[in-house]
Design a binder for this molecule. Sequence first.
Ligand code: NAD
Length: 492
Amino acid sequence: MYEKVPHAGGVLRNYVAGEFVASNRLFANINPVDGSEINRVAEADAATVDAAVKAARRALHGDWGQMAPAVRCQLLHRVADGIEARFEEFVAAEMADTGKSFHQARSIDIPRGAANFRIFADMIKSQSSECFQTPTDDGRGALNYAVNKPLGVVAVIAPWNLPLLLLTWKLAPALAAGNTVIAKPSEETPATATLLAEVMHAAGVPAGVFNLVHGFGPNSAGEFLTTHPGVDAVTFTGESKTGSAIMRAAADGVKALSFELGGKNAGIIFDDCDFDEAVNGTARSVFTNGGQVCLCTERLYVQRPIFDKFVAALKAKAQAINIGWPLDENTDMGPLISHKHRDKVVSYFASAKAEGATVVTGGGVPVFGDARDNGAFVEPTIFTGLPEHARIVKEEVFGPVCHITPFDTEAQAVAMANDSHYGLAATVWTTNLPRAHRVAQQLEVGIAWVNTWYLRDLRTPFGGVKLSGVGREGGVHSLNFYSEPTNICIKL
Ligand code: NAD
């Protein structure tokens, strides 16, 4: 089934100073659909990471540092062209690593991976800087203006849920702003990052500008990067507790940090909503990518008059989800990323049941009677009946599951939605316009959607509050993070 996957049965290597580099330590890259080994991955040791950081520093001071933004921009468009030219290989690699559906990999992950390069390449050409005319006592005045310089050598650490999309969401603006990078994809999803290194190489990106190191977090490539004194900034997407570990590791070097972390996103459904739109949108927001999107909704608050009807309608949606082989065009949902992650999700199912939840649907592991039984599947799951302090209502599960609680008043819904250590995203479903604005503005989140979910404009600020992150990405917000403005004051 996976013979079309690039490097199937081979070894995925690191990419350092313009060369593909092997390693004595290999780890297996496992397909979560059937538990088979796709290929092996060369884990970068401390010396490889050190070589990557030094190559990045050399490149920063070399041709790349001198390159005009317009030329950088052309090069990044060539990278996007290269991804598109190898589109089917990228799709096959992403599907094999994650088990995500054909439809999703083709329509979201890989196209967005290429688009990220185009968007930020174009944006850098119109980046502006500040200029102030400053009065002085002698009446001649002064001119203050800022020039943007790159931050320097940037470590980009990415998660497994949207591997190419989230890696390039950081890489593209970092490179567009003139930085050099060392990328570390998740150990669960090393393949599309390796293809990207091949594309960068073929596009003529100078040696050392983009480096790729494979490996794990603690005592591996992740930690070697975040503690390396030659790294100026770390941009990270992943779990909140990993974010704190990275913050500690980066403290000695006072590195610049940008964090996109976990969430426990709420959906509030008022009885004046467009019912069908709310059900369809909520089904997407709970179950897309098996619930493994940081923006997915895991807590639903439904106004009491429509509570029973809504629960029944969402149950019907969950039961209609086709779980299965990623290559089957009818498949809506694949497996979770790994058996380890499935164990975690299933343990949350067990704790919800132990705390007395009503299982509306799912709550278990599907049985197929074929090779998928060796995979990491779980059933789309809905619980009701738990108090707000229950674990499954408080902690991020990162699976195809939600808990639904009834509410009576708007104030109650807002209070319950905000009663979380996280603050990434929320959705509100209502046809009452003043209420839509009122509620959305009270929610303690980085992104509030009204009558939609995951409708993204890449220029908007993207990020979270509380445990969900530090800083904002997207459009000019990304470019600002990856740029270091120097103020120049000229006395006239
Ligand atoms: P994770 O934190 O386990 O791993 C993310 C990356 O960090 C991996 O590359 C991993 O190898 C590396 N890492 C782990 N420990 C490290 C350490 N001590 N030092 C340096 N690197 C280390 O996260 P995950 O399981 O891959 O991804 C799922 C999580 O990501 C969820 O919590 C999800 O909400 C979050 N996420 C957030 C966003 C967002 O935009 N806010 C987007 C996607 C995913």
